[in-house]
Structure formats: C-alpha cells, structure tokens
Design a protein around this ligand. Structure first.
Ligand code: FES
Ligand code: CO
Length: 324
C-alpha cells in the first residue's frame, strides 16, 4: 500500500548534473535530470551486470552505466550498447523506472502506479507566505514515530525547555481531535512558549492546528500571535518524510512564513535547533516501529491526537514503520 503513495526522496536542487543515489521503502533508486530539466527515477542497478547506475553519468538525455557504458533513456529503455554499436536493443532491455514529480522544492517518487495525489501543502499557493525547506535530516527512527513527535505538544516543556515550553507550565488544555476525509486534525492546541520563533522577545501564547493528510506527512498551522501577526495569515510547517527502511527516515520541513526579511540560513537554524532537540529522544524510542495496538503503550488524555493518528494508520492498512 505504501508503494502507491508519493514520497519525497531528495531536495530538487540536489538533483543537478550528476546522478544521485537515494533510497525509498528499502529500494535503492537513482535520480537524474535530463537536458530539458526533467527528473527521472530508476532502480539503482544496471540490468546488464548489476553495477550501481548512480556511479555513472548523464550523457545528454540518457543515463550511462559506469561499468560498460550502456545508456538508458528517460523511460528506462537501453538505447546504446557501446561494445556492440550496431545492436538495436529490444524493448525488454530496460531498467525499471518510476513516476516522478517535483513539488514543494522536493522530488517525489511513486513506486507503484496508482491514481493517488501527492500530499497537499495548502500554504504553498499563498503568495503572502515565503516558502523554504529545512533538511534533509537522517534520523534513526521510523517515519510514524517522527510524525507522532511532530503532533505531540506535551513534550515541549521537557525536550524544548526554554524554547517551545517550560517545566513550570506543562499542563495542556483540552484540544479537539476530529477525523477528516483524508486523515486527522487537532484544533485549539494552545501552548505558552518562551521562544516560539526566531524573533520572540517574550513568551507568547501560540495556537496551533495540526493535520495529518497522508501516512508520513503532517502539517502545522500556526494561528497569529496576538499583536504580532497580520490578520488572516496562517504560517505553516509541513513535515515530509521519506521512509528509507522500517527504522530509518529522511526528513524535510517546509516552512511557509510571513517573514520575507530574515536570511534562509537563520530561519533554518531555528528549525534545526528545535529538531536536533527532538532527534536524540526520537532515536531512543523502543520499539522503533510505532505500535498500533492501544495496549502496547500507555496513554494520557494529552495523547488523543497520537491515538487518532495510530487508528488512522491502522484503518489505512499502513505496515511500513509500524509494529506488526
Ligand atoms: Fe551496466 Fe554493464 S553493468 S553496462
Ligand atoms: Co519536539
């Protein structure tokens, strides 16, 4: 089931002239960009003698294997065998290729053809918001554990003490959780944050909405802080995860912010600080798979969103990164 979903595999700007090796759902892939700027994704294994195609190079509109120089066109078909220049390879001489699209500054791949749309990031189309990516982060945790961490506010006072929370204000107000046609949503999530963003000079009450629309995607909408934001502007963070293996993931954050002045590096540094606070705890969690059986871990009323996310994964039949 996971193979029919679209997954992010690389920053679009990382796929330049040289082929790039990436991994998705334990499948090694090679990404390469042709002369027209189109990105392609193949199995990273030459069908001739099994060499890694990502060690090869792009020759005009073909990917050339590093070993004997066989050249593969965008659709994966082999079009040139240098040792036998007159040979016209039959259709079966091909490497498996996958559907690719570029979205949100990332390259997305679908391993099994299906009529499925890539995850939505509604803030993308809002010109009043500036968009930029943070990452990749390679994390020794399953994708669902990482999503759940992103949806969790009750760790703020501990993991992000002095930033997103403080130990003397850990009680969480009740928030609302609902199922949506595509996932789950939590509204009225409130927290008092000592340093809620790069420019904070004093603690602020923040109001969040969280949304899961895809098994390995989560969105955060930050409602304006009183007196600091302009009416109707909802800053947003998208968490996009590539499940590499059941226990390892590659993570990007897409920020959509009202701030057009601060340099990218500074905005990324704030996000980096927060995520590197999460990372050691995330990587310490056992088991690395996310247990969907409600009896496998203990819960409190603050965990209602996490429980809803687990039920959603179960209903969707997700198996990669969850406990069997
Ligand atoms: Fe790729 Fe021989 S192994 S051309
Ligand atoms: Co955190």
């Amino acid at each position: 089931m996971e193979k029919t979903l679209w997954h992010p595999v690389a920053l679009a700007e990382a796929v330049v002239h040289a082929p790039l090796a990436v991994q998705l759902l334990q499948q090694d892939l090679v990404l390469w960009r042709d002369q027209a700027g189109q990105v392609h994704a193949f199995v990273d294994r030459c069908p001739h003698r099994g060499a890694r195609l990502s060690l090869g190079r792009v020759e005009a509109d073909r990917l050339e294997c590093p070993y004997h120089g066989w050249q593969f066109a965008a659709d994966g078909h082999c079009e040139h065998v240098p040792a036998v220049p007159d040979f016209v390879p039959p259709p079966a001489h091909c490497v498996r290729s996958f559907a690719v699209q570029e979205l949100y500054g990332l390259v997305w791949v679908q391993l099994e053809a299906a009529d499925v749309a890539a995850p939505q990031f509604p803030a993308e189309g809002d010109d009043r918001l500036r968009k930029l990516n943070c990452g990749p982060y390679d994390v020794a945790a399953s994708a669902p554990r990482i999503i759940e961490n992103f949806l969790d506010m009750s760790h703020f006072g501990f993991v992000h003490e002095g930033w997103l929370g403080s130990r003397d204000a850990t009680a969480m107000e009740r928030y609302d959780v609902e199922d949506t046609p595509t996932g789950v949503r939590a509204t009225n999530c409130k927290a008092r944050q000592p340093q809620s963003n790069l420019h904070s000079t004093a603690a602020a009450d923040v109001h969040y909405t969280y949304e899961v629309t895809d098994p390995y995607t989560a969105l955060l909408y930050k409602l304006p802080e009183a007196g600091t934001s302009r009416e109707g502007w909802h800053e947003s963070i998208g968490l996009f995860i590539c499940p590499l293996t059941p226990e390892t993931s590659r993570v990007w954050f897409r920020l959509a912010v009202a701030d057009f002045d601060t340099p990218d590096a500074q905005l990324q540094a704030f996000q980096h600080t927060i995520f590197t606070q999460d990372q050691p705890v995330l990587e310490s969690q056992q088991p690395k798979c996310l247990p969907l059986d409600p009896r496998a871990e203990l819960h409190s009323a603050a965990d209602r969103l996490s429980s809803a996310y687990r039920r959603y994964l179960k209903a969707r039949g997700i198996s990669f990164g969850v406990c069997r």
